[in-house]
Structures are given as structure tokens and as C-alpha cells.
Design a protein around this ligand. Structure first.
Ligand code: IPE
Ligand code: IPE
Ligand code: MG
Length: 256
């Protein structure tokens, strides 16, 4: 392979597989979870959907703790999508209230455990007091290194890519970027997720087999694993099972 093609190949290989193969790949550095099934969990118990969301917060606590113990570097959780605005206002209110409550009640504990909190998503539409809490959580935990917990809230993969594209276009118009040089690396550098590795494993609970606009750029080569378990029932045993399944996967990145 000559010149530009070889350069591009080397870059692509680097971006898709930040680690060299072998044993190191047996454990995912970054796990991303689509926490789905709270509504069905509540309905099955004859309870309102908000009851399921509330139970989901405890599942989140259990999962964060287990991920830390299992040596996961980054855990991203999908808590509210840009499409979840289609839900009834009282359910949206309940979800916002739970995030508010989670940060208030868990920030100190997470901080002490060495967890760094980052938030992904559109700020527009999120109540001001929640934005303040999120900023505070990010700031307070910014020096922590045990694990990064990324909360995807009011998050949509397409919106995120559109935003990055806007900024790239702005810089190109200002003469700061040569359009000819724009490639996958450029786009990745303009996404807020530039600070951590791409997910190695995306988990979705509740049996649904779709991405629902979650990390669509970053998950290009993630392994995908669906659990029938509804999110409120997810926890350490399921995460351990996920790691076992992941270790047996053969990631090829388009190679042989
Ligand atoms: C996931 O559970 C939580 C969020 C989307 C915030 P759902 O509320 O989607 O639960 P189901 O899919 O209706 O069971
Ligand atoms: C995805 O779940 C969003 C979150 C888990 C936050 P949804 O329940 O909203 O997804 P769809 O509508 O079934 O695709
Ligand atoms: Mg759902």
C-alpha cells in the first residue's frame, strides 16, 4: 500500500483498535448501556411507569459499583434520549426528577469512590437546576481516575454529529481547517467523547435489538449484546455475564 492510502489505513486501524490485540482485548475498556425496559417492568407489577424508572436508578447504582470492581474504565449509560421528549410530560418530569435525585444523593459517594462523572447530550431543554447539578458533578469529580461514568442525558447521536459538523464547517469557513483534510479522525475530535475510548461493548436490556440513536458514531465497531432482562433487574451478575460473552467475541475490524 502506498502513500495516502497507507496513512489512512494506519489511522483507521488506530482509531478502531486503540490497543494491540491479545489478552488485553479480553476485557472491554468502555461499556455503554441502553437502560431499557423500566416501563414494562412497572406495568408487569401493575404500577405506573415512573415506578420502573425509580427502580432503574437502583439498578444503575448496582451496575456502576460492579463496573468499578470489574476494572471497567468507562461506563456510559443512556438515561434520556432526544426522542424521549415524545413521552407524556409527567413521565418526562419523573425522569428529570430521578436524575436530579441521583446526582444529589450519589455524588459524594461516587466522588469518594474515585468515579469521574461526565455528561453527554444537548443542554437545550434541560431545566437550569439540572444543568447546574451536572456541571457541579463534572467539576467536583474531574480529578478522579478509577472509572468514568458518562451519563447520556437528552442525548442523540445524530444531534451530536450535526453539532460537530457545524463546528467543523465554521472552522473551515474561517480558514482554520482545510476541507480536504476532513476525515473520520477530524469528526471524532469534534465530538465530546474525544476524551475517552470508543465503546468496546454496547449492552441493551429488555430484548430490543436497536441502537435508538445511541453513540452511533462511536459504536461503529462495538460488540452488541442484548439481554432479555428488564433494566431494573440488571446488576452485577448480568454485567459479569456480559464480560464472559465479550471475552469470547472475535473482533475483526474488517480484517480476517
Ligand atoms: C428505559 O425504559 C428508560 C428510558 C427510556 C428513560 P423505558 O421507559 O423505555 O421502558 P419500556 O421500554 O417502555 O419498557
Ligand atoms: C432508548 O430507549 C433510550 C433510553 C434508554 C434512554 P427507548 O425505550 O426510548 O427506545 P425506543 O423508543 O424503544 O427505540
Ligand atoms: Mg423503552
Amino acid at each position: 500500500m502506498a502513500g495516502a492510502l497507507a496513512d489512512w489505513a494506519a489511522k483507521a486501524a488506530h482509531q478502531l483498535s486503540p490497543r494491540t490485540g491479545g489478552e488485553a482485548d479480553a476485557r472491554p475498556r468502555h461499556i455503554a448501556i441502553i437502560m431499557d425496559g423500566n416501563g414494562r417492568w412497572a406495568t408487569a407489577r401493575g404500577m405506573p411507569r415512573a415506578f420502573g424508572h425509580s427502580a432503574g436508578v437502583q439498578a444503575l447504582r448496582n451496575t456502576v459499583e460492579a463496573a468499578g470492581d470489574l476494572g471497567i474504565e468507562v461506563l456510559t449509560v443512556y438515561a434520556f434520549s432526544t426522542e424521549n421528549w415524545r413521552r407524556p410530560p409527567d413521565e418526562i418530569e419523573a425522569l428529570f426528577g430521578l436524575l436530579r435525585g441521583f446526582i444529589r444523593s450519589d455524588l459524594t459517594r461516587l466522588d469518594r469512590a474515585g468515579v469521574r462523572i461526565r455528561v453527554l447530550g444537548e443542554r437545550e431543554g434541560v431545566p437550569a437546576d439540572i444543568l447546574t447539578l451536572m456541571d457541579q458533578a463534572e467539576k467536583q469529580t474531574e480529578g478522579n481516575t478509577i472509572m468514568t461514568l458518562v451519563i447520556a442525558f437528552n442525548y442523540g447521536g445524530q444531534a451530536e454529529i450535526a453539532r460537530a459538523t457545524q463546528e467543523i464547517a465554521r472552522q473551515a469557513a474561517a480558514g482554520l481547517i482545510d476541507p480536504e483534510t476532513i476525515g473520520p479522525d477530524t469528526i471524532a475530535q469534534f465530538l465530546p467523547s474525544r476524551d475517552w475510548p470508543n465503546p468496546d461493548l454496547v449492552i441493551r436490556t429488555s430484548g430490543e435489538q436497536r441502537l435508538s440513536n445511541f453513540l452511533i458514531w462511536q459504536s461503529a465497531y462495538a460488540e452488541f449484546l442484548v439481554f432479555d432482562t428488564l433494566w431494573p433487574d440488571f446488576g452485577r451478575p448480568q454485567l459479569e455475564e456480559a464480560l464472559q460473552v465479550f471475552a469470547k467475541r472475535n473482533r475483526r475490524y474488517g480484517g480476517v
